[in-house]
Design a protein around this ligand. Structure first.
Ligand code: SF4
Length: 423
């Protein structure tokens, strides 16, 4: 069976953080109910056109702040997805949560509806860092959220951390890492701050109101993470991701993100979501209101019910009863397009090979599996990319074996230079 992943985008945040350039909006909570309705409609459309021999093995509620959605809305979305797609028994279902938005009851509700992995944006333990980032929580909110998540029955938690911040010192980063490790999450995502054009933080740095992060210091922070985390049982499996190694040797990697790094298919649904399926990359309309309009408006009555509160009608039957439902187009968009798609780009085979190298090399242990590459494309990566691989091996950034090509220790520090060779 072909296994797909589902990414569902929730574009709402309580406050827009100073460094954030994601497709998310503060102050639009009034749209949540209509958005839930539209997302259910898009899921139902995608499911209707999904390959009959395919299943779903990961689902990811990303944002934005999915934990801003009421439990009833999340249950409705999940119910619609389960009704439309064949989920594997061990489907990984992740929800991104802002530690400042959750309670024990809320987390119990998430667990009860089948969400089995939480990804929390901790970012830092330092109050000064959190102020610079304009996060809405402090470290004690993270401590409480982790405690409640455990009480609610979550056994797979990720904490997101950011380093390379203005004013951040190596000592404060080391303390943040120690405190994060002390919370004993199964997974840690550790990203370097990128000053994105158009964000307030970038403008403050450009105007001299904030000190520019120091690249050398950021590199030292990354090296510290590579040294410190294995001491506490975390295996680095990707450039920015570490996970606990279980007694069996299995690393508790994020299976949803592995789908991206293996360059395998996923549907991206919701405002501004991107997908890759059937050899086509898709992008959805970004603005939440425009997204909602693509599916008509909800009654705001049926959609707010949880799956348990529903009548004996299926979720799909319910969401097909809007007040202002647009008439069904004579030719509905073909898979993987949906009514929300604004861009669909067929990917040439060679481009797919390049992308497979670029994303696969992020996996620092596994790298790109060479027999797997040959089986997928009918050509050997060593032949297709002989020049690039030769140069990178000579520069000491890659190592090529029988089974795999992967970054060297030096290559991990210069990953972007390696990946760019395959563009
Ligand atoms: S909570 Fe996350 S998605 Fe929302 S504004 Fe902050 S960084 Fe962006």
């Amino acid at each position: 069976m072909n296994l797909y992943s589902l990414y569902l985008h929730i574009p709402f945040c309580r406050h827009r953080c100073a460094y954030c350039d994601f497709n998310t909006y503060a102050g639009m909570e009034a749209l949540i109910s209509d958005y839930t309705y539209a997302l259910c409609r898009e899921i139902a459309h995608a499911a209707e056109h999904f390959p009959p021999d395919a299943g779903v093995h990961t689902l990811f509620f990303g944002g934005g702040t999915p934990s801003l959605l009421p439990l009833a809305d999340l249950a409705q979305i999940l119910h619609t997805a389960r009704a439309g797609f064949l989920f594997t028994d061990d489907c990984e279902i992740t929800l991104e949560a802002n530690p400042g938005t959750v309670s024990l009851d809320y987390l119990r509700g998430l667990r009860a509806m089948g969400i089995n992995r939480l990804s929390m944006g901790m970012q830092s333990a330092d109050p000064g860092d959190l102020r610079v980032l304009e996060r809405i929580h402090d470290f004690f909110d993270v401590v409480n959220a982790v405690k409640w998540a455990r009480q609610a029955g979550f056994t797979n938690l990720n904490l997101d951390l950011i380093f390379g911040l203005p004013y951040q010192t190596l000592a404060s980063w080391q303390k943040t890492l120690d405190l994060a490790v002390g919370l004993n999450p199964e997974h840690l995502s550790v990203y370097s701050l990128i000053l994105e054009h158009g964000t307030p933080m970038n403008a403050w740095v450009e105007r001299g109101l904030l000190t520019e992060p120091d690249d050398d210091l950021a590199a030292s922070m990354y090296e510290w993470a590579m040294e410190r985390l294995p001491q506490s049982g975390y295996a680095q499996y990707e450039i920015s991701n570490w996970a606990k190694r279980e007694a069996t040797g299995h690393v508790m990697a994020c299976r949803h993100n592995l789908q991206y790094w293996y360059n395998q298919p996923y549907l991206g649904l919701g405002a501004g979501a991107h997908g890759f399926a059937g050899g086509v990359r898709t992008a959805n309309v970004r603005a939440p209101r425009a997204y909602v309009e693509r599916f008509g408006e909800s009654t705001n009555q049926q959609i707010g019910k949880s799956a348990n509160q529903q009548t004996n009608k299926s979720a799909n039957q319910q969401i097909n009863q809007p007040t202002n439902q647009p008439s069904k187009p004579a030719n509905p968009p073909a898979f993987p397009r949906t009514p929300a798609t604004v861009n669909a780009t067929p990917i040439e085979r060679f481009t797919e090979m390049q992308e497979t190298m670029m994303v696969g090399l992020r996996l620092v242990e596994e790298g790109v599996n060479l027999p797997g590459f040959a089986a997928r494309f009918g050509e050997r990566a060593e032949a297709v990319f002989a020049k690039e691989l030769g140069e990178l091996v000579e520069r000491g950034l890659l190592e090529v074996g029988e089974e795999r090509v992967r970054l060297t220790a030096r290559g991990r520090m210069m990953g972007n230079q390696v990946f760019m060779q395959f563009v």
